[in-house]
Design a protein around this ligand. Structure first.
Ligand code: C5P
Length: 285
């Protein structure tokens, strides 16, 4: 049996540049993996693929993105499908934290190990992209600029030591609906080049200054103002929504301030996490 850990991601930056011919949107993002992780186990069993998940609200069949990832792995490698998958869920879903994509990434990494296929990261990313735009990043992990659908990834310098508090408001957001809302809106665009420069230079102050997420302009999250206010009062260097939301993250350079913020936010949200950036993606435990 192979165990894989699957880190969540946050978006330090997200801009929608336009529409690609395939219907997806062309993005410019800065993605960061954090140590809020699902745990996936993969093993061989009877013929075919079976999947269970600790969170019964998620599909336990072929509708789960992790199941689709297993199917894509077997199709790409030509191996007869045979996998028993279990997901221990910690990352909230419909949260803007790539929880589903992280599980899909972990399944591909786990099956590669289980079957000794020794696929390159790039090959695994290509399989991953067939099931979700964020899966390649979840395989690569760390700190990356992500372009096109999110699969063109360039690693940049890791963030300096810091703490990331995540607060997920109750109501989930569908990514497809968030993109549809963005299509209907006139969006003000942030300064991508300044963010690119800050990331290339590992300039933490510049990253905090130029961080932005255009989905904040089109997605309404009632608790967001309150969460951000708590983060600001607790001394966050940056507070912003992740992905298509609704999770808001705050970045702190001081552990005590982050812990204080974590405790304060527990009065507002059920799902609050104190995490750190990590420089890996889905990996064998
Ligand atoms: O690729 P993924 O399944 O995660 O995307 C969910 C939905 O978000 C897609 O169906 C699409 O509507 C939208 N999307 C997009 N452009 C991207 C990524 C996602 O339009 N680059």
């Amino acid at each position: 049996m192979i165990k894989v850990i699957a880190p969540a991601k946050i978006n330090l930056f997200l801009d929608i540049l336009g529409r690609l011919e395939n219907g997806f949107h062309s993005l410019f993002m800065v993605m960061q993996a954090v140590d809020l992780c699902d745990e996936i186990t993969v093993d061989k069993g009877e013929d075919g693929i079976s999947l269970t998940c600790s969170d019964k609200r998620l599909p336990q069949d072929e509708n789960n993105i992790a199941f689709k990832a297993a199917k894509a792995f077997f199709e790409a490698t030509g191996i007869a499908p045979n996998a028993v998958i279990h997901i221990k869920k910690k990352i909230p879903f419909e949260a803007g934290l790539a929880g589903g994509s992280a599980d899909a990434a972990a399944v591909i990494v786990g099956l590669d190990e289980l079957y000794g296929t020794k696929l390159s990261k790039q090959a695994m990313c290509e399989i991953g992209l067939t099931v979700g735009s964020d899966v390649p990043f979840c395989i690569k992990g760390g700190t990356c600029i992500a372009q096109n659908r999110g699969e063109v990834l360039s690693r940049v310098k890791p963030l300096k030591k810091c703490y990331v508090v995540l607060a997920k408001p109750e109501k989930g957001v569908s990514t497809a609906q968030a993109f549809a809302a963005a299509d209907q809106a006139y969006i003000y665009h942030p300064d991508n080049l300044k963010m690119l420069e800050a990331c290339s230079n590992g300039d933490f102050d510049g990253i905090c200054k130029h961080a932005s997420n255009v989905f904040e302009q089109v997605i309404e999250v009632v608790e967001r103002v309150r969460i951000k206010e708590v983060m600001r009062l607790c001394g966050a260097r940056l507070y912003q929504m992740s992905g298509s939301g609704p999770t808001v993250f705050g970045i702190f350079d001081d552990k005590e301030k982050a812990e204080n913020c974590f405790n304060e936010l527990k009065n507002i949200c059920n799902d609050v996490f104190l995490t750190k950036p990590v420089n890996y993606g889905a990996k064998i435990k």
